[in-house]
Design a protein around this ligand. Structure first.
Ligand code: ZN
Ligand code: ZN
Ligand code: ZN
Ligand code: ZN
Ligand code: ZN
Ligand code: ZN
Length: 456
């Protein structure tokens, strides 16, 4: 069997191969005899005649390349090793750089077709979980219970193409028996034996696993156990652990999914809630404005009615004044002045200013859901000639006339003087006019009769 400078055809180093053989002996694996190996090689009709590895359409190092001078075909790995040396088969001169030697595509396609019949191409890894027995870079998929070796699907098919191996049984690689570890106590310089014992002794400070030979040195009086049952027990424990981890994984994923859902829904929920908030405040705004507009309409109507009343009063006053002035100028009709007094007495009164506030003094309530609040302060009439004067505080004319039947001048003068001193709030509401009068110009139900004052 030709040996490449680095690895054996199996992909193992020499040391690894020896260790594997020893392990095989320990686990009673029948090793392949030389005849079996060469038969296998022959059954793999298409292989490199230098390294005996099967050509591959997948692995770069095993792609077939043909030397242009003679047409002999070798794997890419061996062509690179050749490096301008003569052809190993016919010794013809070869003066082409390795990377310029062309790939034999016809052969490679043929290999590809042959190999697809033997299952999917192997998973190539630098450090597979279970290396294929035929190639240490293949991830194994199955385990031959007869060869007691793991294989990738293709290598299993290749290795078992011989008639006498056809009835080998295989199981999924996960179900393969446990691998006995190498003994860590075996002295350097010789290949380690399989550590078939496990030492559970309390206080044992040695390596817990050992081969037969080292057991007598390191665990002389210790009660050691076979390692295999221990491995099986531990395997079950680790399997349970994996289940727990997977359970956790599932939970975390589910939670994560749930959170993602929350996040997805957040946008929808947000726009929904914002729409509701907007709607709510739109309604409030609409109601407040409607209420305010209604209030303003009512106030305007009240002012208009009062103005109409004023116009009527002005006309009546003008008439009375004209007649009185005429009487004084003509010095006529002075024998019967009762009619003048009666006419003046009958003049329509006007509302006290207290009922009519400047609208900018109305205060909106904080939530604006009800009518604006009336100001507490009494309004003043602006008189350009004097300081602002409080609404004249007048004693009802009716009472004066009733008391002594005469019109008193001095009373009016004193009223004007005292009006400056009296504070707004102290001005007592005085009743002056009849009920029918006030109802004439006040459309609102809550007519403030108490505040009505008659002015002369
Ligand atoms: Zn080769
Ligand atoms: Zn050749
Ligand atoms: Zn087998
Ligand atoms: Zn393989
Ligand atoms: Zn040992
Ligand atoms: Zn021990």
């Amino acid at each position: 069997m030709a040996v490449s400078p680095y690895r054996l055809p199996t992909g193992r180093t020499l040391k690894e191969e020896i260790a594997a053989s020893r392990r095989a002996i320990m686990t009673k694996t029948p090793t392949k005899t030389d005849e079996q190996v060469s038969f296998l090689r022959r059954s793999n009709a298409i292989q490199c005649s230098v390294c005996y590895r099967s050509f591959s359409d997948v692995e770069k190092a095993l792609k077939p390349k043909s030397l242009p001078a003679c047409g002999h075909t070798f794997c890419t790995f061996c062509i690179e090793k050749l490096n301008r040396k003569p052809c190993p088969t016919c010794r013809k001169v070869n003066d082409i750089d390795a990377e310029k030697v062309p790939i034999n595509y016809a052969l490679m396609n043929l290999i590809g077709e042959m190999q697809t019949e033997r299952g999917p191409p192997p998973e190539i890894k630098d450090d597979p979980f279970v290396p294929c027995f035929e190639n240490a870079k293949h991830e194994s998929k199955m385990y031959c219970t007869d060869c007691q070796q793991a294989y990738c699907q293709r290598c299993f098919a290749d290795a078992h193409s011989a008639k006498f191996m056809k009835d080998h049984k295989n199981i999924p690689v996960e179900k393969r028996p446990f691998t006995i570890p190498d003994c860590p106590n075996c002295p350097n310089g010789r290949v380690a034996d399989a550590a078939i014992y496990y030492c559970p002794q309390l206080g044992c400070s040695e390596n817990r696993i050992t081969c037969i030979k080292c057991r007598n040195i390191h665990h002389r009086n210790h009660k050691v156990q076979m390692i295999l049952p221990q491995l099986e027990k531990n395997y079950s424990k680790v399997e349970e652990l994996l289940e727990k981890v997977q359970e956790k994984d599932k939970k975390v994923l589910k939670f994560n999914e749930y959170l993602g859902q929350l996040l997805d829904d957040a946008d929808d929920q947000q726009s929904d809630h914002i729409a509701k908030i907007r709607n709510h405040f739109d309604n409030l705004k609409h109601n407040a404005i409607t209420k305010y507009e209604k209030f303003m309409k009512k106030e305007e109507k009240k002012i208009e009615n009062a103005m109409n009343q004023c116009c009527r009063s002005v006309a009546q006053i003008k008439g009375a004044k004209g007649r009185i002035v005429e009487c004084l100028k003509r010095k006529r009709d002075l024998h019967d002045i009762d009619k003048f007094f009666k006419e003046v007495e009958g003049l329509k009164g006007v509302d006290t200013l207290g009922d009519f506030f400047p609208l900018n003094e109305y205060e909106l309530t904080p939530d604006m859901s009800v009518e604006p609040k009336r100001p507490v302060k009494r309004p003043r009439l602006e008189d350009p000639s004097k300081d602002p004067v409080v609404a004249p505080q007048v004693k009802p004319v009716k009472e004066e006339v009733d008391s002594d039947g005469t019109y008193v001048d001095s009373d009016n003068d004193s009223d004007e003087d005292s009006s400056d001193d009296s504070s707004d709030d102290e001005a007592p509401p005085v009743r002056g006019d009849s009920d029918d009068d006030s109802s004439e110009y006040d459309p609102s139900d809550d007519s403030d009769d108490e505040d009505v004052i008659v002015l002369d």
